[in-house]
Design a binder for this molecule. Sequence first.
Ligand SMILES: Cc1cc2nc3c(=O)[nH]c(=O)nc-3n(C[C@H](O)[C@H](O)[C@H](O)COP(=O)(O)O)c2cc1C
Length: 642
Amino acid sequence: MTRINSPSELKKLRKSILSKRDPKKPCITLCSGSACQATGSREVAASIEAEIEKQGLSDKVDIRKTGCHGFCERGPIIVNHPEESAYFQITPEDAPEIVSLAAKDGSAAERLLYTDPDTKEKITHESDIPFYKHQQRLVFGSNGSIDPKSIDDYLAIGGYSALEKALFQMNPDQVLEEVKKSNLRGRGGGGFPAGRKWEESRNAPGDVKYVIVNADEGDPGAYMDRSLLEGNPHSVLEGLMIGAFAIGSREGYVYVRQEYPLAVENLAIAIQQAEEYGFLGENILGSGFDFRVIVHRGAGAFVCGESSALMTALEGRAGEPRPKYIHTAVKGVWDNPSVLNNVETWANVPLIINKGADWFTQIGTERSKGTKIFSLVGKITNTGLVEVPMGMTLKDIIFKIGGGIPGGKKFKAVQTGGPSGGCIPEDLLDLEVGFDELTKAGSMMGSGGMIVMDEDTCMVDVARYFIDFLTDESCGKCVPCREGLRQMLKVLTNITEGRGKDGDIELLQELAEVAKEASLCALGTSAPNPFLSTVRYFRDEYEAHIKEQRCPALSCKELITYHIDPDKCQACMICKRKCPVEAIDGGKKKIHIIDQEKCTKCGTCFEVCPSRFSAVRKISGEPVPPPIPEEERTITRKSKAK
Ligand SMILES: Cc1cc2nc3c(=O)[nH]c(=O)nc-3n(C[C@H](O)[C@H](O)[C@H](O)COP(=O)(O)O)c2cc1C
């Protein structure tokens, strides 16, 4: 790689990269993000490479291993260019057909295309599939078309043109003004305006200033930052460089969790390649601007994602928050002004500089501009990463993009905002996603986790689960969080295990109020949200647990019992054979009975009982019917006909 010393040299380099690429040449792009690797994309890549070799097509067909395409439910995913035909759930055995068709005439392998679940018709193009059709993938879209390990791929799609524009056509004030005008709000938590934070740092006294990428991403179920960093690390770095230029920083950090090995690997390669070309280092592109980036691997504590804790960890000390009477933008790492932004926030910056704030503000709602990437998980048909314009309704995200709830079940709630977010019920499905709208509904945007829950989910248990997570993750520095959450967890556990008492809801509300008001950092102040939102929308479930020892969702183990309906049992022996603790008594023609003393409530009998019988029942809050007398247990032909 030769170092680029001026915009004209960059132009030449881009031209030379593009001249070596034939947009009409068949290129098989294969998702190689972590999720697809887990379902075998490495093996698929190896067999496609071997097949290209075997069929002597090395000059005719390219393969490109890209980042995450988003539709993780259906991985490994392949998109063939230039036709953009998309294949799903590919196995190594599919390689010969994929390669030969790509080389022949680009026609699609019908059997590997997506089948529309409603029309049962095959859909050829990725952009026509409902999962993708309703998205607006401005930040995440390039993930599926470039190899994150190749800076040339990034340059070929116009990468680093925003940096060039900032350095040579704008001054730091103009960059700052553009970001302020765009009203870009932080994608990592509170939605604080990025431009205001940058301005505060720029105006803060001191020559040494830092810019930092928050890639800690500790929310259960969330993986959009990981996928962006894995799939398009240069977009994040470019945003960081532009931010550094705007505030007058010469050193930046990427704080990324150690459990993200592919993100760390691709980031390290990206930094090295950017240094070799001269996008990082001294006198960048001959502009006189110096900037370097250091990767800091976090040990994986949720609290280290909080700004002051992250900066303390960056300094090499235990990651604990501190009071923020003075903002970290003014006194952050080693007491120097430090701008911390989320991965996705930084990745938006090159778009804003390239296309302008006026373009950006046309997307989204009045107070939430641009798009947002959500990780759509839980009881949802199309699990994956989705990027939508702010203002899209929850209903459209869950049903149009997510394909609704699997197994014919009913939607119950969606949890947004990570562990300290809240649960939004069905009657608020028309809510438009935006920072303020979600907060008003008792939840929050957070970093974009979206966990869908169906009718089988107990909302009291959901609150217990998240408070348990947060109790574990509390750093223990302040009493309201450390002790308050522990007490909340105790009360919630009692309720889900049938030991709830009158007054428990009020006690939880009191504890929640104190944690909200008096905790040191936002882990504690937002931790009560899972309880507060579930009690706000599903109070009847709390009351059923406390007053009737009944779990309406039939989910809390201590409150349910399995029972075999003697009128429905066909003595097929399946449940008896599968029961791991031999708690079922019965024979070939003998109605089965569960020994409640032995039963561990694992639910195996319920799952294996054939649906045409549905003889095993889950009950809660009602007495278990007594076993039928021994003499009535024999099934005769007559009773079977019944
Ligand atoms: C307990 C806790 C964990 C957090 N974890 C993250 C995280 O993993 N990633 C992130 O970007 N922000 C996280 N935040 C929010 C950060 O404190 C900070 O607001 C954010 O990184 C600022 O970037 P933004 O303005 O671009 O969103 C967390 C906050 C708290 C209180």
